[in-house]
Design a protein around this ligand. Sequence first.
Ligand code: OAD
Length: 234
Amino acid sequence: MKSQKRIVVLTGSGISAESGISTFRDSDGLWENHRVEDVATYEAWLSNQELVLNFYNQRRRQLAEVKPNAAHYALAALEEEYEVHIITQNVDDLHERAGSTNIIHLHGELVKARSSKYDDLVYDIQYNEIKAGDCCERGAQLRPHIVWFGEMVPMMEEAAYIAARADIFMVVGTSLVVYPAAGLLRYAPDHARKFAIDPKPLPVTGIPNLEFIQEKAGIAVPPLVDRLLKEVKH
Ligand code: OAD
């Protein structure tokens, strides 16, 4: 029988780094040669729609070329024994492709487009482009289904609710500087065991029950998952 325990995993771009996707803040503040403000804000969309569409079309093309890595697969394997919730800041689909089934995308999804006017009109576009002139069924331009800086994070409330009910909370590959997502670790109950995995030191002082593992995700996540799976089996 599965453990009744609930594991909540907050992931960021670092978990996809070993798959070949750039992180946001490891390269002089540039993201794939662009300043984040030029491509990932609502103002950018209003002032240079073509640039923003091209940028995300490129990201989607790149996503079609990469694969999940050992860390994504290990997290999927946790579902054999635990109730697992992945809360990711990533817009890639590598958790899905690795087999995780319970995923909240806080910052949206590259493989979807949505109407720039009617928020509830969301379309699965896989790795295809969005072009100027591509419209929703009600005639408004399609945009990437991405939460840009300055926009609301619609899934945040549900994510906070899930984090507050964690027995085990893991943080993998996020610098924990972008709010509100970064605050989720502090929603985890004091008694929950917590693990943070990142090759660089993180701002995690004052968090009770936290074990920090300073290592790359592909190296540290699989043995940690093995450890947690063995705890249930014994
Ligand atoms: P960051 O670039 O801020 O942080 C990436 C983290 O991954 C850093 O702490 C790195 O040390 C770590 N890292 C690098 N390689 C790693 C590896 N192999 N294994 C594990 N960790 C590794 O990216 P995020 O925290 O994801 O938002 O950024 C949060 C948000 O800011 C993003 O979702 C995005 C961005 O602007 C939006 O686009 C709205």
